[in-house]
Design a protein around this ligand. Sequence first.
Ligand code: 0O2
Length: 280
Amino acid sequence: MEIQLWRELLDPYELAVNEIIVKFDHLIKEYRERGMYSPIEQVSGRVKSIPSLLEKAQKKKIPIEEIDERIEDLAGIRIICQFVEDIETVVKMIRERADMRVKREKDYISNQKSSGYRSYHIIVYYQVETLQGPKEILVEFQIRTLAMNFWAVIEHSLQYKYKRNMPIEIRTRLMEAANSIIKLDEQMSSVRSEIMEAQNSFQIKAAIVSEILNNIQNIYRVANKREVIKIQDEFYRIYESNDLEELRMFSQQLDIITEGYHAQAISLSGVEHIYRNNTI
Ligand code: 0O2
């Protein structure tokens, strides 16, 4: 196939990968902005490279013209979670999405591969808009924990180095490492609620602080400097005390003060308007 035709074939896959990354990044942002724990830690994606595509087609004896129907991971999205429990949440989110339809699922977490590989795969149909009109393509999601990803990335590079001739002692050590990853994920799950609580309170604090700073900036434009400095000093004092409840109350009081200035500004501009109209 000519290089130009490869580009045409892979173009919609590139569009799909870019679109899906934007959508999932936005979800992470929405969770964080609401001070909620995000089951998705990171999202990334890639379109399979032409050499790797040719190698897979050759290995599976797939004719070049059938590549886009029979190779399901031309477009790959990787979703990394902190905890094993989050994987199920993400799987449900994907199943329920209106912009994709599940073709099949492969649970390599309950059914670990003989290599030691663990991950949850979902292959979906996803529609992109091209110059030639809508095109439905396949996209593979790989959902795994940070620890599973660590193992898979290292093992993948060793596979690349040794091709199909990985020495048995390296295979054995990788299998041992895969078992340690299972234990590590279990241990992290046992402190999940503590970790989530800590992360949540950090995110809540960050959201309150950014609202306070916003309000102080607004007040700065209308109030006298001395009053703003008093407010700022009070904010620093509460911030340093690390008392979330006090910070929340301070933010509420600041909301009321900001509202007061806002109302004053509106009524002043109303008075100015009346004066201007009377003098005309
Ligand atoms: P790359 O370089 O990552 O793109 P099948 O369902 O068996 O007919 P397929 O596509 O072989 O078809 O399915 P499978 O086994 O689910 O593999 C899909 C992808 O999962 C692989 O793509 C890898 O990315 C990943 N994967 C599967 N098994 C392993 C493994 O043992 N170790 C690692 N590190 N990754 C694995 P590619 O095209 O093989 O590779």
